[in-house]
Design a protein around this ligand. Structure first.
Ligand SMILES: *Cc1c(COP(=O)(O)O)cnc(C)c1O
Length: 372
């Protein structure tokens, strides 16, 4: 049996007619940048996430970059975030010549540890940027409490967490802005790059709408220094069709996670691998199903040999990246993130997985540990 880490072709084959219909509509109109399809998607997703405003942009990275530009981040300003995430979360900070200030993660959730947050705040702190890693919200109540005490805006990296809920509030509705990615492997994936910014604040929304079109309020009159970062009509039309399936796909990801839990338990794997911990009040949307084991490298090689897709998100914490040597961090500075980088392994969790495939993955992992 073959179990890829992700199988977008099966998803596509099931909804191809619906997608082709809207793609042909957009092509017939030959109007490709922003426009009615983008506005429709923005309205639909704003309502889904529970915010007043949503702004379609060119990628999740740009959603983060524009959110920081909207704060008028200056060289030397500081943004507090985590070292255990995809590089985009911090690359955008550096891109604006500001400084990422890292805080360690919680071992169980892989998300920002709010108990260490207040210590990192300085007069230069301009934003706190928590990441809802793998599909579960960071502890937003605790993070917002620290942020509010110090009057610091929160920018959520919700790129992996569309639909995730914490105590009744959806990812992207906690901060000044929420940033989403439609990269094809995300839970709601485009046929290319795309992104979205959410906000409750009409003025923030207005500035973001300007920033994504070179700060232009009317053609050739530039109010702000922005950039070109627009979502295009084809992607928006495709995403709107796919959105109709998101609730079903998310439920299937959650069912697959439950099935893994049950199978791992039946196979006596509880002492060998740690499954994702969902903390009280959270609904996890499992963009990744990430387990932990000290035998990670050997398990990964074994699964690959047995044709089971698996991947390490993320093998090198950001404070130890070559490009960040100048930040002056060292090995040992963020022990929880460093240990996670040694032990994490993501397994197939996509909605179209069959029971046979899930069973095969669990049995193969059992075989591996039987041989140890
Ligand atoms: C995917 C992702 C991004 C960036 O999104 P792109 O659309 O690829 O630019 C940012 N942060 C996290 C945590 C992500 O997973």
């Amino acid at each position: 049996m073959n179990v890829p880490l992700l199988d977008l072709k099966t998803q596509y084959s099931r909804i191809q007619p619906e997608l082709m219909k809207v793609i042909e509509e957009v092509c017939a109109q030959q109007s490709f940048i922003l426009g009615a399809y983008v506005e429709q998607l923005e309205g639909t997703l704003a309502k889904f996430i529970g915010v007043e405003h949503a702004i379609g942009v060119a990628s999740g990275s740009d959603a983060l970059l524009l959110s920081l530009m909207e704060l008028d981040l200056q060289p030397g300003d500081e943004v507090i975030t985590v070292p255990f995430t995809f590089f985009a979360s911090t690359g955008v900070i550096s891109r604006l010549h500001a400084r990422p200030v890292f805080v360690d993660i919680c071992a169980d959730t892989f998300n920002l540890n709010p108990t260490q947050l207040a210590d990192k705040i300085t007069p230069r702190t301009k934003a706190i940027l928590p990441v809802h890693l793998f599909g579960q919200c960071a502890d937003m109540e605790a993070i917002n409490e620290v942020a509010n005490t110090h009057g610091i805006p929160v920018i959520e990296d919700a790129c992996q967490a569309i639909g995730a809920i914490q105590h009744g509030t959806k990812a992207g509705a906690f901060g000044r802005t929420g940033c989403f990615s439609f990269f094809p492997s995300k839970n709601l994936g485009a046929f290319g790059d795309g992104g979205l910014i959410t906000t409750h604040d009409a003025q923030v929304a207005e500035r973001l709408r300007l920033l994504r079109v070179h700060g232009s309020r009317s053609e050739y009159h530039h109010h702000l220094i922005g950039m070109n970062s627009r979502l295009d009509a084809l992607q928006a039309a495709i995403l709107h069709v796919k959105y109709q399936h998101l609730a079903d796909w998310t439920a299937k990801r959650q069912n697959n996670a439950d099935t893994y839990r049950q199978l791992f338990h039946e196979h006596g794997l509880d002492n060998h691998v740690t499954l994702p911990v969902v903390t009280p009040g959270n609904i996890h949307v499992y963009n990744q199903l990430t387990i932990k084991t000290p035998k990670r490298d050997a398990l990964s090689a074994y699964l690959t040999e047995k044709s089971i897709g698996n991947r390490i998100y993320y093998p090198v914490p950001l404070h130890l990246q070559e490009c960040y040597e100048t930040l002056g961090y060292h090995k040992g500075d963020f022990p929880v993130a460093e240990q996670a980088a040694q032990e994490v392994l993501s397994l197939p969790i996509y909605p179209e997985l069959t029971t046979d495939q899930l069973t095969y993955v669990a049995e193969t992992i059992k075989q591996f540990f039987d041989q140890q």
